[in-house]
Design a protein around this ligand. Structure first.
Ligand code: UTP
Length: 296
């Protein structure tokens, strides 16, 4: 069965990004001139997804309005002859069929995925974290969907991380099958480096099967009352095969300040209208930093 549905959890509190996230979701913060969540939607669409469910909380209106048509703005742009801008904003509302569901209490990523149960209606579906960009030649979600088409099972995106970093991620135990594909035997959430079964971290993109919902129902809330998606995936490994795909992509977590700033710089440097001026600015600043470090 071709996977056409995706779920984008975007309801988290974003506490690592306060005060910017006090009244707006972090997923609406811009990378250059485009909200993070729009890049995520574009990745889903470029992967063949046609139906997207966003799980939202506070700041719901900002996300909804961004993906809806804005006739007033369209008239204004048309009247002023700003046709390129008109084209840009019209394209956003034509990207996919986008639906919204409200996560009533922010009980973690697992709970956010659980909110999608009625919508996905017993079909396999992709999950893309709404605060994480994947820079890739072949869209990361498409890479997972290719593995899913082969095995008809859950597929998680994997990224090899440094031993010191494993404690920030869900990590798999398993073995490499061929090339980038792994058989997942077990998962551990945020292991200590000496206890980590591998350095393969689960990296913000998933293709899930409907059985995940029964597993989510069985998961006990962990720290802070949160339902962890990793715990449900772990339960699922007991009853069915699961795969990992080491995605050929660079992940940018726009939910923390330093990575967000780096992501903005990296994306701006790919833009023809900004590259030269930003490059000059970076070189000037680098010189200042070098001098001040030399003085220190
Ligand atoms: P994070 O753990 O990065 O989000 O979740 P958070 O809780 O907002 O982050 P901090 O630590 O407080 O800064 C990853 C993704 O899952 C969504 C988030 O919006 C983000 O896109 N999420 C998380 C939900 O939709 N609901 C939740 O209850 C938790």
């Amino acid at each position: 069965m071709k996977v056409t549905k995706a779920v984008i959890p975007a309801a988290g509190f974003g506490t690592r990004f306060l005060p910017a996230t006090k009244s707006q979701p972090k997923e609406m913060l811009p990378v250059v001139d485009t909200p993070v969540i729009q890049y995520v939607v574009e990745e889903a669409v470029a992967s063949g997804i046609t139906d997207i469910l966003m799980v939202i909380g506070r700041g719901k209106r900002a996300i909804e309005e961004h993906f809806d048509r804005s006739f007033e703005l369209e008239w204004e742009l048309e009247a002023k002859g700003k046709m390129a801008e008109l084209e840009t904003i019209r394209r956003i509302s034509d990207l996919a069929n986008i639906h919204f569901v409200w996560q009533k209490q922010m009980l973690g990523l697992g709970d956010a995925v659980r909110c999608a149960r009625a919508h996905v209606n017993n079909e396999p579906f992709a999950v893309l974290l709404g605060d994480t960009l994947m820079q890739a030649r072949v869209p990361a979600t498409r890479q997972l969907l290719e593995v899913h088409a082969r095995y008809h099972a859950c597929v998680v995106a994997l990224e090899e991380v440094a031993p010191a970093k494993v404690s920030s991620y869900g990590v798999i135990a398993g073995e490499r099958l061929d090339g980038r594909v792994w058989q997942v035997r077990d998962l551990v959430e945020k292991p200590r480096p000496e206890q980590a079964p591998s350095r393969m971290a689960v990296a913000s993109r998933y293709v899930l099967v409907p059985e995940i919902f029964e597993a989510l129902d069985r998961v006990r809330p962990g720290k802070g009352g949160e339902i962890q998606l990793t715990d449900a995936l772990r339960l699922l490994t007991h009853s069915q095969a699961m795969y990992g795909c080491q995605v050929d992509a660079v992940r940018h977590d726009a939910g923390n300040k330093l990575d967000f700033i780096k992501t903005n710089i990296l994306y701006a440097l790919t833009r023809r209208d900004l590259r030269a001026a930003l490059g000059d600015f970076i070189l000037e600043q680098a010189e200042q930093v070098r001098k001040s470090r030399g003085d220190a």
